[in-house]
Design a protein around this ligand. Sequence first.
Ligand code: SAH
Length: 268
Amino acid sequence: MTDQMMDKDDPGVGKVYLVGAGPGDPGLMTVKGKTLLEHADVVIYDALVSESILAAINPLAERINAGKRRGNHSLLQSETTALLITKAREHAVVVRLKGGDPFVFGRGGEEMVDLIQAGISVEIVPGITAGVAAPAYAGIPITHRDYGSSVTFVTGHEHAGKYQPQVNWQAIAQSSDTIVVYMGIHNLAHILEALQAGGKPSDTPIALIRWGTCPNQSELVGTFATILSQMEQVGFEAPAIAVIGNVVNLHGLLAHGSPSMLQVMRSD
Ligand code: SAH
């Protein structure tokens, strides 16, 4: 930890580090992020951050779970921001730990704006986003010269009951070879319908990856025509990433040798 990181010249005025925890496997967290956890005074973390990552936190640090899971808000966004401001005024190193990358569907940008407006120093420490890592661990490269030259990251989250798409699925269907959907499991039927209206054929390959890079990672691979009934059959649930496009065809080939490799490579 450097003096600069600790803000030692300015006692009483702390800094918030907006840190990406990566997708789950603790070996995929950045060295910078882990060092900050080890030196933190306070860590405020979200629900999708795995236990094996929380294990790296300085044992003397205060830990606060701001976890947000669907239908189970432990802290409102405004409460989380207020808490970060209070803690930064009391402590030198405040870590705001978020799953994946804070700036990819993680509200990191929103929190950073609020903190800067409150006069708090903030630094971003990126993480590996689930939309890249979960497909990778499932043997799906999101680009490949023969299967996909463009990729779109998109949120599938809409309010339950009143589906009002904010995303132009038709345009995405027409312009992107690979589509990576975050938070899309609950609305998958609507999303597939919209993508087909945009021109994706019903035999378009799709893979769902749940708890990607974690020891309990599971995958479901099919096509637009089959995936919904496959999900029903096995009771597939969120949180999961959906990967759509011809790159999914590589799953059969590349996932083949992966599991034993991952056993060795995983650091938990
Ligand atoms: N900032 C995070 C995304 C937060 S949105 C990131 O960069 O990864 C939450 C959504 O991310 C979940 O609904 C799910 O779609 C996806 N997600 C996060 N972690 C995941 C994991 N380990 N495996 C599969 N999907 C994951």
